[in-house]
Design a protein around this ligand. Structure first.
Ligand code: BTX
Length: 324
């Protein structure tokens, strides 16, 4: 907003020195209460502000950004992330990636934003993507595979994100089929795979990855408080988003090469080693039915096998899984 821009402007003019709430209010042309509200908002975005009585406020550190420079500096991947399309605010990085893919963007092109106003989940659900605190990115791939195999890439991406988080933090996340990454039972990542295809030929696969990184306890909206978490909440410290993106791109590139050379088998083994639901009692809700049973494993195609209480084996292509 305008007020926001002026507030940041006021702080950069102060150049690390204190400015009083009154001075800020005059500069922006709003009330001191409004100033306070906007300062709280900056805090929730990762700005660290010091407030001292009678002196006012000063910015101690600004949030780290995930610009192309930040990501590419020190990036060890060869192809993934060579081209990066960065924006502060977008409706959805998926939408931009679709547009770029349609106009010939090369494999490995990454779209990344600080904030999404309409982040997309599966089945037209929303993905909450607040500014500066998470990773909201979409990677364009152009694999030469039949389109039925595209869901395997979701599982591949989940493995890459788990490995990336393991490199960047001391956490050990688990995967809940097909695309949720959980830490202590709470969701920190969602993955959305979309295709551009024609007849049986894939033009591109767009892998959208959303990761809660530096949100604090209580930053989530009411309906997510119980089920979502962030790397900050789980580790107790800030995690560099740019570094985590680097780790994920490197892991993903390695796994993708392996996948193109050897197929899904080696990815399947890795995926199963991180899976939290296998061998357990689950509830699978598909669009048409609800199945209670034991998750047996995944097939070579990445389909989930569930043994129902009646002993019947169900092949689950798409569903929401609950672990009691
Ligand atoms: P999903 O359908 O598995 O998950 C969506 C559900 O997860 C929502 O209905 C809500 O309950 C919950 N949820 C929403 N936001 C969050 C959040 N930040 N953390 C934890 N839980 C949440 C998962 O869909 C796929 C998400 C992909 C998001 C990426 S971000 C970059 C790319 N661009 C885009 O628009 N989507 C992808």
């Amino acid at each position: 907003s305008d007020i926001r821009t002026k507030l940041i402007e006021a702080f950069s003019k102060a150049d690390g020195n204190f400015i009083s709430g009154q001075e800020i209010a005059e500069y922006i042309g709003c009330s001191r209460t409004a100033v306070w509200k906007h300062i709280e908002e900056l805090r929730s975005e990762g700005y660290i502000l010091e407030a001292v009585r009678k002196k006012g406020y000063r910015i101690v550190t600004k949030p780290e950004k995930v610009t192309a420079n930040e990501i590419q500096l020190g990036l060890a991947a060869e192809v993934f992330g060579k081209a990066i399309h960065y924006e502060e605010t977008v409706d959805s990085t998926q939408k931009i990636a679709h547009r770029l893919a349609g106009s010939g963007a090369p494999e490995g092109t990454l779209v990344v934003a600080e904030e999404q106003s309409f982040g997309k989940g599966r089945l037209s659900r929303n993905w909450y993507s607040p500014k500066y605190t998470g990773i909201w990115m979409s990677l364009i791939l152009r694999p030469n595979i039949p389109f039925q195999q595209a869901p395997q890439l979701t599982l591949l991406a989940a493995v890459a994100v788990v490995q990336g988080i393991e490199e960047a933090t001391e956490l050990m996340p688990g995967i809940k089929w097909p695309n949720d990454i959980l830490i202590n039972g709470k969701k920190v990542t969602g993955i959305l795979t979309e295709l551009q295809a024609e007849a049986d030929r894939i033009h591109s696969v767009i892998i959208g990855i959303g990761i809660n990184v530096n949100q604090k306890n209580g930053d989530f909206p009411e309906d997510l408080l119980e089920k979502a978490s962030s790397l900050f909440i789980e580790t107790g410290h800030q995690v560099s988003r740019a570094k985590l993106i680097q780790h994920i791109l490197v892991k993903m590139e390695i796994l993708y090469k392996l996948y193109l050379e050897q197929g899904f088998a080696p990815i399947k083994v890795l995926w199963e080693s991180y899976a939290v639901s296998l061998g357990k009692e689950i509830k699978a809700s598909t669009l048409t039915e609800t199945i209670h049973g034991t998750a047996l494993g995944i097939t070579e195609e990445g389909v989930l096998l569930v043994e129902g209480h009646d002993g019947q084996i169900h092949n689950i292509y798409s569903a929401d899984i609950e672990l009691p």
